[in-house]
Structure formats: structure tokens, C-alpha cells
Design a protein around this ligand. Structure first.
Ligand SMILES: N[C@@H](CCC(=O)N[C@@H](CS)C(=O)NCC(=O)O)C(=O)O
Length: 205
């Protein structure tokens, strides 16, 4: 399998973590991709222009990160990262949607802070994204009480990659996810000790 990836993307990190957790990592060839590069042809792989995307061994192209992880789950017979049915399935998918939505907001905020010329900075947008991130982190603080870091699933992987990225970009964003969130912080520290997390730390270019 070929994974179009970037070293700083939290969505790519989810896929790397899932691959390691499921013992699939040695089947995944990584293709370094810079989706923001001028003149990139990456849109021919994923028309939305975002990493990650996966090309399977049979030549099928799959995106985005939750869909790739669902595909990984179809490749093994062990404990699934996405439960097959019932309330557990929808709880894991809800947490994943919450953490993905938080990541979307924090990425938009980061782009506003780093890519948009200062004279065009839009305070309304900055405030709105910060409020979304704060509300989502508060919800995850409540949800983290029921997380089991010894049993990774899509919800926990998405949350870990999301808050890990906020910490990675702390200096630019000025958001300390730990502030007032002891349960989420303690869970994150335990989850971060997993080999999959240690071997997928974001690296700035
Ligand atoms: N929903 C997508 C989000 C992926 C995403 O936003 N990737 C960012 C990198 S962190 C990207 O490639 N951005 C390029 C762009 O927006 O043009 C997923 O879960 O895979």
C-alpha cells in the first residue's frame, strides 16, 4: 500500500498510529507529499488536495483518514478500531467526529495565523475557531473519563493526534489543551506512551 503523507499532519498521524497498532506498518510505503506546494499535481491523487490518501495493493485510491482506518480494519481479524455495530460503534464514531471537528477548527486557525497576510487577519474567524476548539476540548475532558488507553480505537486515536498537534503547535496557537482538563491530560500522557504514538511524533520541516 502507498500512503501519501506529511510529517506534520495530525490526520496522517492517525493513519500511521492505526497502521502500527494493527501490525500493518511494514506493508505501508510512505510517499512524502506537500499538498500546499505551488504547482503540485497531488490533486490528481486526491481531488480535495488533502493528505492522507492511500493507494491499495489493488490500485484503489482511498481518502480521508477515517475511511483509510476503516479500510485497515478490514485487513485484519484482531480487535477492531471501529466496533462493527451497536452503541459502541456510534460512541467511537461520535468521539472521532468530535476530535476531527476540533482538528479542522485548529487547522483553520493555524492557517489564519501562518498563511494569511497580517493585514487581512480576521478577528471574527480567529475567535470563532478558538471557541470551537475550547468547547470541543471541554467535551473531550468529559469523554476522556471513559477512555481506556490500553484498548485503542478510532475515537482515542483521533483525540490523541488532535491534542498532540495542539501541543506541537502551542507556541503559534497559544492554546494549552491541558489547562483545566486534568482527565484528558492524564489519559493523553498514558496513551502517548504507546509505541504507535512514540513512533509517529510530528516533525516540523
Ligand atoms: N478530513 C481530512 C482532513 C485532511 C487535511 O485537512 N489535511 C491537511 C493537512 S493537515 C491538508 O492536506 N491540507 C491541504 C489543503 O487544505 O489544501 C482527513 O481526515 O483526512
Amino acid at each position: 500500500m502507498k500512503l501519501y503523507y506529511g510529517t506534520t499532519s495530525p490526520y496522517v498521524r492517525k493513519v500511521i498510529v492505526a497502521g502500527i497498532e494493527l501490525g500493518l506498518d511494514d506493508q505501508i510505503e510512505r510517499v512524502d507529499t506537500l499538498p500546499w506546494e505551488a504547482g503540485t499535481k497531488y490533486g490528481n491523487v486526491n481531488p480535495v488536495g488533502k493528505v492522507p490518501a492511500l493507494v491499495t495493493d489493488t490500485g484503489q485510491t482511498i481518502y480521508d483518514s477515517p475511511v483509510i482506518i476503516d479500510y485497515f480494519d478490514s485487513l485484519h481479524d484482531g480487535a477492531k478500531l471501529i466496533p462493527a455495530s451497536g452503541p459502541d460503534r456510534y460512541e467511537v464514531l461520535r468521539i472521532a467526529a468530535l476530535a476531527d471537528g476540533m482538528m479542522d477548527a485548529v487547522i483553520l486557525l493555524f492557517s489564519e495565523l501562518t498563511r494569511r497576510p497580517k493585514e487581512l487577519h480576521w478577528d471574527f474567524w480567529d475567535d470563532r475557531m478558538r471557541n470551537t476548539v475550547a468547547r470541543s476540548l471541554d467535551a473531550l475532558e468529559t469523554d476522556a473519563a471513559s477512555f481506556d488507553p490500553s484498548k485503542p480505537d478510532l475515537g482515542q486515536i483521533t483525540t490523541a493526534c488532535g491534542v498532540g498537534w495542539i501541543e506541537f503547535r502551542l507556541e503559534t496557537l497559544g492554546i494549552d489543551f491541558r489547562d483545566g482538563r486534568p482527565t484528558l491530560s492524564a489519559w493523553f500522557d498514558t496513551f502517548s506512551a504507546r509505541e504507535s504514538m512514540k513512533n509517529s511524533m510530528p516533525k516540523a520541516h
